[in-house]
Ligand binder design. Sequence first.
Ligand code: FAD
Length: 343
Amino acid sequence: MIRRKVNQGINLEEYKDIWVIGEQREGKIHPVTIELIGEAKKLVEGTEKKVVAVVAGYDIDEEVNKLLYYGIDKAYYIKSPLLDVFSTDGYSKTIADLILEKKPEIVLVGATSIGRDIGPRIAAKIGTGLVADCTKLEMDPEDGKLLQTRPAFGGNLMATIVCPINRPQMATVRPGVMEKAVHESNPAGIIEEIAPVLKEDDIAAKVVEIIQSGKKRVNLTDAKIIVSGGRGIKGPEGFELIKALADKMGGEVGSSRACVDSGWIDHMHQVGQTGTTVRPEIYVACGISGAIQHLAGMSESKYIVAINTDPTAPIFRICDYGIVGDLKEVIPAMIDELDKTKE
Ligand code: FAD
C-alpha cells in the first residue's frame, strides 16, 4: 500500500476530469450514480474537464450504455467475470488501478453501503484523502480546488474541506442529496472497456450465496410523498396512524431517529443525518421536534407540513404549513378531508 501524507512530487497539472464511480447492484445502476453525474456536470461547467463514469461488473453492457444518456463524455467499463458479484477487494483494486493509470482530478463515490466500503479503501490504496458524506460540492473560483462541505460535530456546524496537495480529490455523497442528471435523447459519449489485472486470489472473501432480506424495502429516496413519525407518536402503535395517512396520500412512512432508537420502527425508515436524505414533493412531519440532524435529511423537501403540540418546536421555523395540535386528532381529520376530496 502506498501512503502519501505530503505531496511527494505529484504534478497536479497531470490530473484531469471528474470521475463518478458508478454503482450497480445485480446488474442495475443505482440512482445515486445519476445524482453524482448531475453534480459532476455542474462542477465542470465553464471548464475543459470531462465527466467520466466508471463501472465495474460483468454482463452489464446495456446498463453501462444507459449512462451515456445522462450526458457523460466517457464510461470506463471494467469488465471481468470476477467482478460479476460485488467484492470489496475486486472492486477497490481494479478501480484504484485505473485511477493510478488515468489520473482523474476528482473522484465522486455514492455514500451507500458499497461506496462506504470501497471509497476509503481506494483512497488508501492510491494515497489520497477522502471527505465522507458531503452535502455540497463547489469549485473554488480562485484555484479550482474542490470545496467539499459536510456536517461536522453532530451536525451542529458545516465544515468545508479541501485536499490541497494530493490527487485525486475524493468525496462520498449520500443518495438523495444531489439532483439527478437530466436524461438526454442524443448521447455523445463513448464506452471504453477495460480488462483489469485481477486474479481469483486477489479476492479474499468468496460469495457463496446471496439471500434477499425478507423485509419489505422502503424507498424513501425516490418517494414523492413521505409521512414521518417522531417521538410524539408515543409508541410503535402510533405508526398505524402515520401509515394510514401515508397510504391515503400514496406515500412512504418515514421516521425520526428517536423512534428507531426506541425500536418502534426499522432503521430503513429513518430520515436525517444518519438515516436517508430525502427530497419529496411533500414531507409531513408528525410529532417531530425538528432537530438539526433530522432537518439535515429533509429540509430540501418541496413542501413541509408539520404537526406538533408545541408551537415553539423548531420544525415550525422551516415548514411551509404548520398545524399546532395533537397528531391523534389532526391526522384522522386530515384523512377525513382526503376522503371527502376523493368522493
Ligand atoms: P423529540 O425531539 O423528542 O420531539 C418530539 C416532538 O413531538 C416534540 O416537539 C413534541 O412537542 C411533539 N409531540 C409530543 N406529543 C405530540 C402529539 N400528541 N402530537 C403532536 N406532537 C407531539 N435524528 C433524526 O431524526 N435523524 C437522524 O438521522 C439523526 N442523526 C443523528 C446523528 C447524531 C450524531 C446525533 C447526535 C443525533 C441524531 N439524531 C437524528 C437525533 C436528533 O438529535 C433528535 O434527538 C431526534 O431527531 C429527535 O426526534 P424527535 O423529533 O422524534 O423527538
